[in-house]
Design a protein around this ligand. Structure first.
Ligand code: NAD
Ligand code: ZN
Length: 341
């Protein structure tokens, strides 16, 4: 089958021919229809420090996908050949305390599809049946292909109650943009999103943010005054991993504010813990998606009118994969889809 592989320990990604994976008794083979490029794939593409320490080469990468069930392991129940599915890319051990408690997103032994084992930039992907998530007819392939990052946005946005709250989202990358749509959908009052990239802030407007703020030109306290906010933000969704954005968020939170931290800093960050203490802030780290509560919630929100369409800015045939990676690298993009058919 055709696949995109990290073939060599250097920047780039290469189209290769590899064997179709053989499902074990509890596995499902999925014929991939659409896969999407994640920021993680760009780390691997660029071969940065993290990738060099994490990715064994050669490795078929990718973990955002939708497709159809092509083969079922002998012990698999409840799925049918041809069924349209996406799936959870975090494969958990099943034995640790959190797995046994049903909080599988906190498994300490998680391994990643397209990171530690072959991924979805391929005609066929094999994952355990428990990781497969059936897609209802009402959700189209383009949206189902990005359930993984939409799930990051939904997991983060639903970490705290947003109804009637003033919400600050730092970072208008694909995940921050989708979080803005979710915050609007579930009934936040003001949804403010920041970035330093005007292309992405324009998408923020289309995704339902009330105010988009380029922090290289505009100060947040002025924006808050314009909006009639007297005290500060109630909930912060940190989606940039940028130290300055994290510092800024601490500054503009109201006392008792709650912050869900999804962004991953490239290096350790010094934060002003005095603000954390004196403001009585709550800071919660968010990893992956809750299995599978997040998956049910995002499906239900799409079925009830959540619109994430503007975040999908580029679609290419798999033969033009290089254009897809170039679009991602340009910063002038939201989600980039690769079509396998
Ligand atoms: P992204 O890199 O596309 O987006 C980050 C955005 O932050 C960019 O648009 C960038 O311009 C913006 N930014 C930079 N400096 C800023 C500043 N000072 N203020 C505001 N914004 C600023 O990333 P993404 O794919 O949307 O993911 C968002 C973050 O979440 C990343 O840090 C990523 O590593 C992380 N992530 C975490 C998980 C998890 O499970 N915790 C999963 C996926 C991604
Ligand atoms: Zn576990």
């Amino acid at each position: 089958m055709h696949a995109l592989s990290k073939l060599k320990p250097e920047p780039g990604i290469w189209q290769v021919e590899v064997e179709i994976p053989q499902p074990g008794p509890n596995d499902v083979l999925i014929e991939v229809a659409v896969s999407a490029i994640c920021g993680t794939d760009m780390h691997i593409y660029n071969w940065d420090d993290w990738a060099q320490h994490t990715i064994p080469v050669p490795m078929v990468v990718g973990h955002e996908f939708v497709g159809r069930v092509a083969a079922l392991g002998s012990h698999v129940d409840g799925l049918q050949l041809g069924q349209r599915v996406s799936g959870e890319g975090h494969i958990t051990c099943g034995y640790c305390r959190n797995c046994r408690a049903g909080t599988r997103h906190l498994c300490r032994n998680t391994i990643g599809v397209g990171v530690n084992r072959p991924g979805s930039f391929a005609q066929y992907l094999m994952i355990p049946a428990v990781n497969v998530f059936p897609i209802p007819d009402a959700v189209d392939d383009r949206h189902a292909a990005i359930f993984d990052p939409l799930g990051n946005a939904v997991h983060t946005a639903l970490a705290f109650n947003l109804v009637g709250e003033d919400v600050l989202i730092t970072g208008a990358g694909p995940i921050g943009l989708m979080a803005a749509a979710v915050a609007r959908h579930v009934g936040a009052r003001h949804v403010v999103i920041t970035d330093v990239n005007d292309y992405r802030l324009d998408l923020g407007r289309q995704m339902g943010a009330d105010r988009v703020v380029n922090v290289s030109r505009e100060a947040l306290p002025e924006v808050m005054r314009d909006l009639g906010m007297r005290e500060g933000f109630d909930v912060g969704l940190e989606m940039s991993g940028n130290a300055a954005a994290m510092d800024q968020m601490f500054s503009v939170m109201n006392h008792g504010g709650r912050i869900a931290q999804l962004g991953i800093p490239a290096a350790p960050v010094a934060l002003d813990y005095e603000k954390l203490v004196f403001k009585g802030l709550t800071l919660k780290g968010i990893y992956g998606r809750e299995m599978f509560e997040t998956w049910y919630k995002m499906t239900a929100m799409l079925e009830s009118g959540l619109n994430i369409d503007p975040v999908i800015t580029h679609e290419f045939s798999i033969t033009d994969f290089q254009q897809g990676f170039d679009a991602m690298a340009s910063g002038q993009s939201g989600k980039v889809l690769l079509n396998w058919n």
